[in-house]
Design a protein around this ligand. Structure first.
Ligand code: S3P
Length: 179
């Protein structure tokens, strides 16, 4: 029988908007039969409206508390890959919750790569009207210490395809969790 390998732990993919969390999470779901949780999508489902609407009507702090509540609900998850919203690692409580139930993988990309990836979308209220390399670089630098402090593993993604990134992720996991 052709048994599918399973990864040794839940994974939380973190990183700046457009760093590739969703596409890598989807690749891992297919390759390893993991359950995929897209935090933004789940929050939209729970609230019955879009992220942009939540920011506009209830504000960012309310949205941030929804993220924390969702992470708290994931404590029993198994064989799950979570594609986190870009702001998740900014709260210490969120990092604590993620560390309790899995490994945290940071995906990075250069600001110009991020700009290419986010330019066609209008679903990220924090970037609306500010889609330029200088703004993205500034915001990324402000966030970098939070991202790096949270991460168990850091994977640069520029110029790599999904397969190569997932391969590096697996190698990194082996060093974090030896057989
Ligand atoms: C945010 C990132 C978004 C979304 C919201 C806020 C952020 O998710 O959660 O717009 O603060 O970086 P993605 O990183 O999936 O775009």
């Amino acid at each position: 029988m052709n048994e599918r390998k399973q990864l040794p732990c839940n994974l939380f993919l973190i990183g700046f908007m457009g760093s590739g969390k969703s596409s890598i999470a989807s690749h891992l779901r297919q390759a390893y039969g993991m359950t995929l949780l897209e935090m933004d999508e789940e929050i939209e489902r729970r609230e019955g409206r879009s992220i942009s609407d939540i920011f506009a009507s209830k504000g960012e702090e309310y949205f941030r508390s929804l993220e924390t509540a969702l992470l708290a609900d994931l404590q029993e998850a198994e064989n799950t890959v979570v594609s986190c919203g870009g702001g998740v690692p900014l709260r210490a409580r969120n990092v604590e919750l993620m560390k309790k139930s899995g490994k945290i993988v940071l995906l990075t990309a250069e600001p110009k790569t991020i700009l290419q990836r986010v330019s066609g979308s209008h679903s990220r209220p924090l970037l609306e009207g500010r889609k330029n390399v200088a703004y993205i670089r500034k915001m990324m630098e402000e966030r970098r210490p939070y991202y790096e402090r949270a991460a168990d593993l850091i994977l640069p993604t520029d110029g790599k395809d999904q397969e190569a990134i997932c391969q590096e992720l697996l190698e990194g996991l082996k060093s974090l969790i030896p057989d």
